[in-house]
Design a protein around this ligand. Sequence first.
Ligand SMILES: [Zn+2]
Length: 209
Amino acid sequence: MNKTRDKRFKKDYSKRDILEYIKGVSKYLGHTPSFREIDDFPGPSARTIVRRFSYWNAAIKQAGLRPQVKQLLTGERTYIRENWRKMTDKKVAKKLGTTSEVIKYYRMNFDLWKNKKGTARSTFRKQAIKLYGESCESCGVKFCEWHHFVPRSKDSNDWCILCPTCHAAVTRRLVKVERRSDIHSKLAPFVQKLYSGIKFNSDNGSSYT
Ligand SMILES: [Zn+2]
């Protein structure tokens, strides 16, 4: 019984047929078909494909397509690191067969910043250190972090250099610092009070009065 049923209904697709079919569907959709999407088309079903290739993504890879995964693959991460300065996110995304949002998300996560001109975040950081020195502007400790009063501002008046302690006091909203003058009028007295036992050196011109 089973044998006759198989003969009547089961169509035999070769692996090659299946790969050509996946490529065709991908071309029609404009992206890698998902397991669910493939069943909207006439041809081998998703289950048949998985039976033949063991894994859905194995078939996708053999068809020369990029699996639909949100995570970037190792080679793709290297590609972004090597090309993010030379190419736009859109171009990199097209090359990798993903969206520019994915590229941007990766860059932001790994501190690969660029503005329209392609200047990196580190250039601004250097500029901030050049302007305000390497020591904390509040307490004079020589280990600096770059703080923005206005998030992501490119105006140097919105920046200051702080040590990790002072920076933490500001970012945790223990002291409200909205402009540069607040460092001396609000932040410095607060930190001094907090660590009254510690003597800060103020050779960079900070004053607490
Ligand atoms: Zn400090």
